[in-house]
Design a protein around this ligand. Structure first.
Ligand SMILES: [Zn+2]
Length: 837
């Protein structure tokens, strides 16, 4: 039906909020910025080892290294002494003339590259008085630097020999060692060799690091978390050859799978938590403990193996005797352990589908009451959730240890730092919300690392994001499944916008040692990108299948970024090159601006309708100031009505017979479908969007109609393919649009939502006023102030922030553990800020 003019608010209105830019007409045509250009020129050419579908190729190969290790922990001297035999299997098609070995402990040498390349924070940050702890020189930072210069760390190597005992030629280069083979190692052959070594264990609370010891002043005991503790085979693979980049602290480990047979000799009163399965429980555990472990396998709640009372009793003396714990682990890329007489130990089994695991937690009494309540529960939750999204956990144990290390992962075992706070005076134990959720989330994260990169064995020294990003993404999913509103800080698009606006960024596709803003770049941004891919671009069904396929294909193999990108496309049937290009290869941000909106209705060509419509528009125009002031004026034609004629009766909007005849002729010339179209009565809107952030994004349009009805229209990102910075989109509705919002649920990580709505919305904010303060030093008053007693001074003492010199390991620790949302009172609603450019 025809619409009456009165029902139409306006046929045309324009809202122009963006300033026109003048004078920028380019002299030469700029090259077209093709956001959808295929990635082929950036990705390696597919071959027989890695297919174009992202799967391992039919000639895929990887090396293997099996280890037999005997080691002794000297608690009094804080040293570890060991001997290892490595059997290296050359499964590559190549003949090798030398082997590269990783010597991670050399990071702690006083003259290590890591120490020598350390830079101070900016002069301003260094000298700024300590405010909220973010900047300024710290006691811990300076202690770290000074203690590091004096610490005689690093491997002391000896007796490097063939299995037959013949000495081997070798050269140490920083954290790497090359062993020259006595004869070329042919494809398919293996070579066994042995190394003796010892090293001083670092005080993790002073020197930092991913492992080390913690000394407990109160009971004079030591807790050891031991990792990167033996010379390990560097990886050799089809894409990188030998992965022998120096370990500077951030790029973790690129390792080969193998079987381990490890005997650890420790003080007889220690409890050892380790990668692998205990082979000699009869030698090291009591009958009661063995019995409890058996019960734990089928228990629905954690069973305490070593009670807090047992651990506290053990703390009171130091055994001079030793015991040897024997562990074996199959098909792992590394091996770590923890040892202390302070350990409380609980365990609970979990069995489902391909998983049959004993989840275990080891913690000193300082960890309780938090640890007995949450640690083992969090391990099992992690396995349940990660199995759902990736692969069935294949190992027999999954361990969480509380010690000095904030958060670090190894096969089957992880180190997790959060503990309750003990009031120094009353001894009362309390924990903050941050500590509670920090503990649960760091355990999910570190246990989750078993999947990425312990099983899906990406090259960590090259790409931090491939394990940290993917792991942070699944961690985000697992946190949602723990409880509603879990304060996980990485994954939700709204939490990444501040980073995306920041200026000191590098693309995600940056080598691990060169990443700026480590936690945001390698953890939060890829996790958020994958969440957007899942929720907004592919949808859960396509995404989950593809992600799982990636885990299935690369389980116990070594994928590269191209294998991930290609698998996600191949299994979802979606060209995502634009997405990888924008999110992983650039530092662009999403900032879509809704610039203009214009409403159109079809001209019916009927003069009765159209002239009335025009008249109504005319009537809507504001009365001019002159006309307003002339109101009531006596006019000539009013005084002498005889002066009026036809034109005083009819205006420009009068419909004439000529109009009617013309309309009839026009209509006779139209096809029936053309006439129908004129009667549709649809509302047509032209909406201009500009891409201010550079990153192409789908449009999610919330359309509010005059009746109050709201609809969501989802427009794929390909809408930008011909015009990546500015597009005009046609919207068709049955009634007038009264409001339009782009990205109403904040699902695209749009960094500036102030330009997302029509009509524009004022951003609410609070202006806080402060008193003027004048501080006049008053020496006389200060002089006369009475001296405080010791107790009062202690009460004023505030513990300093515990993150000193941020080298690679410290940056990693910060990234692993600071993964929660800021608490609400410290996090104002996202301000509508201007983008950096
Ligand atoms: Zn991590």
């Amino acid at each position: 039906m025809k619409r009456t003019p009165a029902s139409i608010a306006a046929r045309f209105f324009a809202l122009s909020l963006t300033a026109l830019s003048f004078g920028t007409a380019a002299l030469a045509a700029e090259p077209f910025d093709d956001k959808f250009r295929q990635l082929d020129e950036l990705l390696p050419t597919a071959n027989a080892y890695r297919t174009a579908s992202g799967a391992p190729g039919h000639q895929y190969w990887q090396q293997r290294a099996d280890y037999t290790i005997r080691a002794t922990l000297d608690e009094a001297n804080r040293t570890l002494t060991g001997s290892e035999q490595v059997t290296y299997h050359n499964n590559s098609p190549d003949t090798l003339t030398y082997l590269w070995i990783q010597l991670d402990q050399n990071l702690f040498k006083p003259d290590s590259d890591t120490r020598r390349i350390q830079t101070a924070p900016s002069r301003e940050a260094w000298t700024k008085p300590q405010g909220d702890g973010a900047d300024g020189a710290k006691f811990e930072g300076l202690r770290n630097v000074l203690a590091g210069r004096d610490f005689d760390g690093g491997f002391k190597l000896s007796n490097i020999r063939t299995a037959g005992g013949a000495p081997l030629k070798y050269v140490v280069n920083g954290t790497m060692m090359r062993i020259d083979l006595p004869a070329p190692l042919k494809s398919g052959d293996k070579f066994s060799f042995a190394i003796d070594w010892n090293y001083k264990i670092n005080d993790a609370k002073v020197l930092g690091g991913r492992s080390g010891y913690e000394y407990f002043e109160d009971d004079k005991n030591v807790l050891f978390e031991i990792a990167q503790w033996f010379p390990r085979m560097a990886a050799y693979y089809d894409v990188a050859g030998w992965q022998n980049k120096q370990f500077l602290g951030s790029g973790e480990f690129t390792l080969e799978f193998g079987d381990y047979d490890v005997k650890l000799t420790v003080p007889a009163d220690h409890v050892v938590a380790s990668t692998g399965e205990l082979q000699n429980p009869g030698d090291v555990l009591t009958a009661a403990q063995r019995d409890r472990l058996e019960k734990a396998r089928t228990s629905k709640t954690p069973v305490i193996i070593v009670t807090q009372a047992d651990a506290e009793a053990a703390e009171k003396s130091v055994s001079k005797a030793t015991k040897t714990w024997h562990f074996k682990a199959k098909n792992v890329r590394d091996f770590a352990f923890a040892s202390s007489r302070k350990f409380i130990w609980d365990a609970q089994g979990y069995r489902k589908d391909g998983t049959n695991v004993l989840a275990m937690s080891y913690y000193p009494k300082e960890g309780n009451p938090l640890w007995e309540k949450y640690s083992t529960a969090a391990i099992i939750h992690t396995i349940e959730q990660y199995n759902k999204y990736s692969l069935d956990y294949p190992y027999p144990t999954a361990i969480s240890v509380n010690g000095p290390v904030g958060g670090m992962e190894y096969p089957m075992i992880s180190f997790n730092g959060p503990r309750p706070t003990k009031d120094k005076k009353t001894g009362e134990l309390t924990y903050s919300k941050r500590t509670k959720y920090g503990l649960i989330s760091v355990i999910i994260h570190e246990v989750g690392h078993n999947y990425f990169p312990m099983i899906v064995n990406s090259d960590e020294r090259q790409w931090t994001w491939m394990d940290e990003g993917l792991n942070s993404f699944v961690e985000y999913l697992a946190a949602q499944a723990w409880e509603k509103d879990f304060p996980i800080g990485r994954g939700d698009p709204r939490d990444i916008t501040a980073y995306m606006r920041s200026t000191n960024q590098v693309p995600i596709m940056t080598n691990s040692e060169s990443v700026l803003q480590f936690g945001n770049n390698a953890y939060a941004k890829p996790a958020t990108a994958l969440n957007i891919l899942r929720e907004t671009i592919l949808g859960r069904e396509l995404f989950d299948y593809a992600f799982k396929e990636y885990a299935r294909r690369w389980k116990f193999k070594r994928p590269t970024p191209a294998d991930f990108f290609r698998t996600m496309e191949d299994a979802s049937g979606t060209d995502l090159d634009w997405f990888w290009r924008g999110w992983f290869y650039t530092t662009d941000a999403v900032d879509v601006s809704l610039d203009n909106i214009s409403e159109f209705n079809l001209n019916t060509k009927d003069p009765e309708v159209e002239k009335a419509w025009a008249r109504a528009r005319h009537a809507e125009e504001p009365v001019s100031v002159t006309d307003q002031r002339n109101e009531g004026m006596v006019r000539k034609v009013d005084q002498q009505p005889a002066l009026k004629d036809f034109y005083n009766e009819h205006d420009d909007f009068t419909v004439t017979n000529a109009d009617r005849n013309k309309y009839r002729e026009t209509m006779e010339g139209l096809e029936p479908w053309q006439k129908d179209l004129l009667k549709q009565g649809k509302y047509l809107y032209l909406v201009d969007f500009s891409n201010k952030g550079g990153l192409v994004s789908p449009l999610i349009l919330e359309i509010t109609l005059k009746s109050g009805k709201k609809t969501i229209e989802r427009v794929p990102a390909e809408v930008w393919r011909y015009s990546p910075t500015k597009i005009t989109k046609l919207l068709v509705t049955d009634e007038p649009i009264t409001a339009l919002t782009q990205d109403p649920y904040w699902e695209t990580a749009d960094v500036d939502t102030s330009n997302n709505s029509w009509p524009r919305k004022a951003a609410p904010s609070r202006l806080e006023l402060f008193k003027m303060e004048r501080k006049n030093p008053d020496l006389m008053k200060d002089f006369n102030t009475p001296l405080k007693g010791d107790e009062a001074v202690k009460a004023d003492d505030k513990s300093a922030n515990a993150n000193g010199g941020l080298n690679g390991a410290a940056a990693k620790q910060q990234a692993e553990t600071q993964n929660l949302k800021p608490e609400v009172d410290k996090a104002p609603a996202r301000p509508a800020t201007d983008l950096k450019k």
